[in-house]
Design a protein around this ligand. Sequence first.
Ligand SMILES: CN(c1ccc(C(=O)NO)cc1)S(=O)(=O)c1ccc(-c2ccccn2)s1
Ligand SMILES: [Zn+2]
Length: 377
Amino acid sequence: NGVFSREEDDNLQVQVGYVYDENLVRHASKVSNIKGRALVVQKLIESYDLLRNTIILKPTPATSEELCSFHSSDYIEYLKEINTKYTPEDDVTLEYGIGYDCPPLDGIFDYCCAIGGGTLTAAKALNKGEVDVAINWFGGWHHAQRDEADGFCYVNDAVLGILELRKCFNYVIYVDLDVHHGNGVEAGFERTHKVMTLSLHQYESGFYPGTGSTADVGTGVGQYHSVNVPLHEGIGDKHYCNVFDQVWYKVVDSFEFDAVVIQCGADGLSGDPLGGFNLTQEAYGHCVRKILMESKPTLILGGGGYNIANTSRCWAYLTSLVVGCELDSDIPEHDFFSMYGPSYELAITPSNRKDTNTKEYVDGILKEIEDNLTHLF
Ligand SMILES: CN(c1ccc(C(=O)NO)cc1)S(=O)(=O)c1ccc(-c2ccccn2)s1
Ligand SMILES: [Zn+2]
């Protein structure tokens, strides 16, 4: 429906929606290993004055019914039952994956309604054609399963967003740039041909979640609609962008989509404590720019990212790319300026670590992916 054709003073105006309110930031800060990240991201984006030409989308918390469009009612009922009964300090191993990596949060049900509601609000704005691109840096929790929390993810807002978009858009593609395989989203759509999931991720023995090989292609009518690009540690911008371009070219050729969801988990950045890639925001920007060139309604989500200053740098950079304005190379003075030392610059410098992805290995997986996708022609 050519939403990108919005004309204003003769040039193409992409209308950008940005999901934000203080309640969502408060909830998003509850997850222990990204404590405080949501506010740091928000303050950097505000300090660059990036929101002046966006529509702020104030999120409405999801209802239980909306959460149950993907999650099982017994899982959601359980979250409601334990809502304020526990805090992360309670060293408990409960049911439905609550405990260990997904400790019980104080107000865990309210948290899931807020996080799910953020992405649903964005998807609804895209469905109404109010915006062409909607950004929710407080979503992207791609590991949550239908009936259990997993990998620091309690609600799979990405799946909820895709299901909402499917009310208006027949075919949706989901692209997962997080360093971890987007297993929860893939599982949600592995039996349908209406949603293609594409995940580029680190894939090594012992690396979480351990799924996402090239052989993982979906099943039934969904066969060949799950695309996985398993990579080894140390990959840098140039190599990653080259791999992305080759896969993206084949995906666009084999699957006609009407809307896009991009999960931009920033734990692929150089120096992330939980990831093993060596990327900078340039790689993420290259992929997002390439995808936006398809001019389809696009939902952009956050995700992982455990070096909080670098995650903020990356998502501020991506926000500027979407709204179409340049950013000063120096971090502006603001409440969290001290976190950006010692460089106090926007750019992330990659390390000189070895890229263990050999040409033979990469050519091999690209060939397998191409062979799989030819089944869709
Ligand atoms: C459960 N794991 C995940 C899950 C999801 C992610 C993620 O970011 N997904 O996008 C990262 C690690 S895991 O096994 O690698 C880890 C569990 C706890 C970890 C940890 C926690 C604190 C400090 C260092 N490491 S890593
Ligand atoms: Zn991750």
